[in-house]
Design a protein around this ligand. Sequence first.
Ligand code: UDP
Length: 233
Amino acid sequence: MAEFKRPSGRGMTEIRKMSAKVGVIPNADGSAMFSFGDTIAIAAVYGPRLLHPQHMQDPSTAILRVNYDLLSFSVYERKKPGPSRRSQEISKVTEWALLPVLDLKEFPNTVIDVQVYILQADAGTRTAGINAASLALAHAGIPMKNLVTSISVGKQDKNIVVDLDKDEEDYEEGEGATDFPIAKVANSDEYTLLQLDGKIEPSEVKKALTIADEACEKVYEVQKRALKEVVEQ
Ligand code: UDP
């Protein structure tokens, strides 16, 4: 059997070129950009600020409110503007991915708004968005026990690969493609997001997570470097 080659020419565990920058939106309380290749996400944090309407306030904690939006011209086929089931789902899973590292008890009755915008999309937008949002929250000075790092692993036919781009997500040969986005608390075994679009054998999950863990360490390095740059300035 011929050896499998990724359409992108990347190695099986090779992540696209990553880049991160903190402090990209001066008027936000915290902000960051994170990219995997042609997928570019920006995140802006506003708050903590008093939550209105008042009946939604929680006297024991701040509320985290994430809004993910894939902009109309971020994709080849223009996307209808405005919220969709997909954007609602990704906003919610992004919230759940971030909440376990945050200590929001210090800010009763308030809301922390996190706006995640995808400026350019080539798959992996939820993972890039989580990485950007995690950096933006740190930049805003919200108490966090660690950063959240995120990446997608997946399969093309029988092969486990990391950080699928759109061509790879659309792979149709053999068993087709599987997308398995994960997020975890950096330097820990605590997963905060596990989603699955496609199929994976239970016996392959461990290998996929090991590859994801190694990739997350590289994501974390890029995140730390970006935070360090802004602290040094
Ligand atoms: N996409 C698109 N139009 C849409 C939604 C998605 O072209 O309305 C593309 C975009 O490149 C996105 C990819 O499909 O990154 C995969 O989307 P998915 O829902 O799997 O989430 P993602 O991988 O971006 O987290």
